[in-house]
Design a protein around this ligand. Structure first.
Ligand SMILES: Nc1ncnc2c1ncn2[C@@H]1O[C@H](COP(=O)(O)OP(=O)(O)OP(=O)(O)O)[C@@H](O)[C@H]1O
Ligand SMILES: [Mg+2]
Length: 314
């Protein structure tokens, strides 16, 4: 992703994913059109990040958008130009495999809305945050983010979450991580926790992903912070990148307009697991309520990094 944000904003997003054909292009831009749902049952099992079919139509309505896409097995690709929601052209073109969206002049036709954009620096920061989260949620995908010609982020796509954490947060954070892995019943948690030496004055270091999607969860935050309470100073928050894998039927993702928050059916179980599996709970030893029970692989150097009072129960 390559962005230049100014009064003539321009963002270019290129991928080498399967791409689309000429006759699919128009429908992709229709409101509420999605290729991700074939049957009603799919709604309960959606594993992709989006399925509302709003992104392309909304973007095209308020920008000058150009799409070039080509599937691997086709000789020629398609180029589609759509401005302010109106089709300008659709034609065949030579193109590399994959898809490029060139999106220019955001809100050019909605000046009132354009006034509410923050400074290019702030908006670029939001884009970078998003790219950071996408990278952390998909270590198997290589991401590159360029802002005003300067590379701000690059990940290799080698599948290692730890490498992505290094790319995103740098050496100091990457050198102070504790691995976490838990699986029990339908719940799987994996990822990294920061040793108490790396904390923040806000929750920006708390990254939670549920089935690949970045979420804010006051409940998960609380369980993590409760577990760290004895080990970090007041008003400091731990570092975490935790991936939750949970059956789609046990969560409701449609409780928030941008799907940023979700509802867990088994709130208490998730709370207990995170609390139980983090270092503090390990230090608490065998817990009468069985916190942390399950196949929880706790960090090896846990005892050294935290002032544990009891043997690890994990
Ligand atoms: N980069 C891409 N490569 C190939 N096809 C794409 C790409 N982006 C969008 N599409 C196609 O266009 C359709 C509509 O895209 P759009 O982003 O509007 O909806 P969606 O991804 O299904 O859901 P959401 O609105 O939640 O993003 C997608 O379902 C997909 O088939
Ligand atoms: Mg989409």
């Amino acid at each position: 992703m390559d962005i230049k944000l100014s009064s003539n904003s321009e963002t270019r997003t290129t991928d080498n994913a399967p791409g689309g054909t000429l006759d699919e292009v128009r429908s992709a831009f229709l409101r509420h059109s999605t290729s991700k749902i074939q049957s009603v049952e799919d709604l309960a099992h959606i594993s992709s990040l989006g399925f509302r079919g709003e992104a392309l139509s909304s973007i095209a309505a308020v920008t000058r958008t150009e799409l070039i896409t080509k599937p691997q097995d086709q000789e020629l690709g398609a180029k589609y130009v759509i401005e302010g929601g109106k089709e300008v052209s659709l034609e065949e073109t030579g193109a590399p495999n994959g898809t490029t969206f060139l999106i220019r002049q955001l809100f050019y036709n909605v000046p009132a809305r354009r006034k509410f954009l923050k400074t290019p620096m702030t908006e670029a920061g939001h884009v970078q945050d998003l790219l950071m989260r996408l990278s952390l949620s998909h270590p198997e995908v290589a991401f590159q983010f360029i802002n005003n010609g300067q590379e701000k982020l690059r990940t290799s796509g080698n599948g290692s979450l730890k490498d992505v954490i290094y790319n995103v947060y740098g050496r100091d954070v990457a050198a102070n991580l504790l691995e976490m892995e838990f699986e029990k019943g339908g719940l799987k948690i994996s990822g990294y926790l920061g040793k108490p030496v790396i904390t923040r004055g806000n929750r920006n270091f708390e990254n939670f992903f549920v089935n690949g999607r970045y979420v804010k969860s006051p409940m998960i935050s609380k369980s993590l912070e409760d577990a760290y309470r004895d080990f970090v100073m007041q008003h400091k928050f731990p570092f975490a990148v935790l991936h939750f894998h949970i059956s789609g039927e046990e969560i409701d993702v449609n409780v928030h307009p941008t799907k940023m928050e979700l509802r867990f059916q088994k709130q208490q179980e998730v709370y207990n697991t995170v609390y139980g599996c983090t270092p503090h709970a390990a230090g608490a030893g065998a817990d009468p309520q069985g916190r942390g029970a399950g196949s929880c692989r706790c960090p090896e150097d846990l005892g050294k990094s935290l002032p544990l009072k009891a043997e690890s129960s994990c």
